[in-house]
Design a protein around this ligand. Structure first.
Ligand code: PEP
Ligand code: MN
Length: 338
């Protein structure tokens, strides 16, 4: 449930409610809105304890949260969350483009790509150093050396960096190099990993599991939020359906739906979502028209030579065309070319 304080409540009155929540063994999460404090009360059956607050002053109302996810719900926080990724705001007015290779392959190709996408207005560089490949015989990524290259590319271009973390034991290592941790589709229900990224406090890009419902996805976000990390950005990346002519089915329904259900920012990855470079530009535009706060785009200087996901990677010309069309669609709200 949430306890909405009156706009005249003093900090001592807010504290009295917080103390009472703790006394009954529940967990308080205080957030200060425009003109009043709201206290989220987290724990099983929290609403059953509402009478325990009836004698406390300055409470305006006590509202049950009807959804299974609490901290992620719009009921808990009506205003949009804006996540600060090393100074880049995700979830605000600007459509934030995150672009780069599927995998970091070498320093040269990474810097070449980073320079190019930065020049076109991308704000965040993507690139996997630890790759979750379907086959154990496929390229698995450069690991720590790849992270060092990402950090170097950030130095040289000013782009922020997002990269995937595959296991809880790597969270500390990866977060030493990146501005945002990516949790991939295959790990969306790895609850140990979710809790660890929740404890670490870095912004998290949480991909939707390829077989997850929207509710399961928001419950995965809840794992991170409930550890105290409020910096979660959701990423729709396509789901498995009976359709085999595209790699996944990019579920753009989820974008406006998640924006109704949750205050968290949501971006779209049309590269994984379609598996075909020729579909990336139209589906990027559709995603933004549907309300996405940003895009995650695979770009490679020579897609034919890519060590992973070349078929869905844009070359530089393709990326330029995408950015051109995106600027026409959203005008001044997208970053302009440098
Ligand atoms: C990726 O972004 O390259 C990736 C592996 O993503 P996903 O987890 O969505 O498949
Ligand atoms: Mn990929």
């Amino acid at each position: 449930m949430i306890i909405v304080m009156s706009h005249q409540a003093t900090s001592a009155q807010v504290q009295a409610v917080v103390d009472r929540v703790k006394e009954i063994g529940l967990r308080p999460e205080v957030s200060f809105g425009e003109d009043r404090a709201v206290i989220g009360v987290i724990g099983a059956n929290a609403y059953a304890y509402r009478e325990a607050f009836s004698h406390l002053p300055a409470i305006q109302e006590i509202v049950p949260i009807t959804k299974p996810y609490k901290l992620a719900s719009r009921e808990f926080q009506p205003r949009d969350t804006v996540v600060d990724v090393g100074g880049v705001a995700v979830g605000g007015e600007e459509v934030v483009v995150m672009a780069g290779p599927c995998s970091v392959e070498s320093r040269e190709m990474l810097v070449e790509t980073a320079r190019h996408v930065a020049g076109q207005g991308a704000r965040i560089l993507r690139g996997g150093a630890f790759k979750p490949r379907t086959s154990p015989y496929s390229f698995q990524g450069l690991g720590k050396a790849g992270l060092e290259m990402l950090a170097q590319a950030r130095e040289e271009t000013g782009l922020r960096v997002v990269s995937e973390v595959l296991s809880a034991s790597d969270v500390e290592l990866v977060s030493a190099y990146v501005d945002m941790l990516q949790v991939g589709t295959r790990n969306m229900q790895n609850y140990t990993l979710l809790q660890e990224v929740g404890r670490c406090g870095k912004p998290v890009l949480l991909k939707r599991g390829m077989s997850a419902t929207v509710e399961e996805w928001l419950l995965a976000a809840e794992y991170i939020l409930s550890q105290g990390n409020r910096n979660v950005v959701l990423c729709e990346r396509g789901i498995r359906t009976f359709e085999t002519s595209t790699r996944f089915t990019l579920d753009l329904n989820s974008v406006p739906l998640v924006r109704e259900l949750s205050h968290l920012p949501v971006i779209v990855d049309p590269s994984q979502g379609t598996g075909r470079w020729s579909l990336v530009r139209p589906m990027s535009l559709a995603a933004v028209a549907a309300g996405a706060h940003g895009l995650l785009i695979e770009v490679h200087p020579r897609p034919d030579e890519a060590l992973s996901d070349g078929a869905q990677s844009l070359d530089f010309d393709g990326f330029d065309r995408l950015m051109h069309d995106l600027r026409r669609l959203v005008g001044a709200t997208t970053a302009q070319p440098a």
